[in-house]
Design a protein around this ligand. Sequence first.
Ligand code: SF4
Length: 285
Amino acid sequence: MSKSTNIQWCDSTVNPTMGCDGCELWGPGRRSCYAGMLHQRYGGRSSGYAPVFEQVTRFPGRMADAARWPDLAGSPRPDKPWLDGSPRLVFTSDMSDALSKGVSFEYLTTEIIAAVTSAEGQRHRWLWLTKRPSRMAEFSRWLSGLGQPWPENLWAGTSITAAATCGRVTELLEVGDARTTRFLSVEPQVEPISLADWLPELDWVIQGGESGESPRAFDQDWARSLMVECERAGVPYFLKQLGAHPMEKGQRLNLRDRHGGDWGEWPEELRRREVPGVDRRYSRG
Ligand code: SF4
């Protein structure tokens, strides 16, 4: 957990679990998950990590600790001005997938739901990202059966990387109720994707290219087309990074920032970082 982070679309990160069952970024043939790579280095050596990445491990109390972090509502963020004025945005589960199959709904309730609904936790917005939105929807129905609605300050998000993973968006729409904010992380995007079928029902889209070892190409035209789709649907759009292998008109670009996250190096029309609940559009283009 970290009160501050370099991740452009949030203020902080917290992990009620560490480790993961894997996904298309971590399994036979691909090892590009950042959390997995850090576990290879620190797992079994540092007490803050799962012993090995595949052994999903609970860390109770982290969410309650994060809930006590100072309120940021109304505050400027000099290094991330697109977040100015927002309540603290806490990326929940960036080093794990807390919806991995061995994590019980009882634990998710006492660790996550209790913290975000506490008096201190309600001052923040919690952005829970998973590649298992069907299990998140199942958890949401289970909570509802106990009389616990999905907390309004718990935003539900999923990640997609390619057209074959877009089914997760349909599953995400099953989480929560009409008051739930649902967001999509299209990162690392590795091929053209259209969100036209789902966009009107989403509340936020974040997009980015791949970084790390052996990064796959990200065509800047993919950003242009998704930005236009979001604009037409009235959905806030946030371009996080172009990745380590950005392409323009068939040519590879060499950027100084190794993740392609410095928008000063981007074409002006791509400089867009909108955030739900933050009044003005943040665009330097
Ligand atoms: S689901 Fe997330 S944490 Fe798990 S392997 Fe995939 S990218 Fe890594």
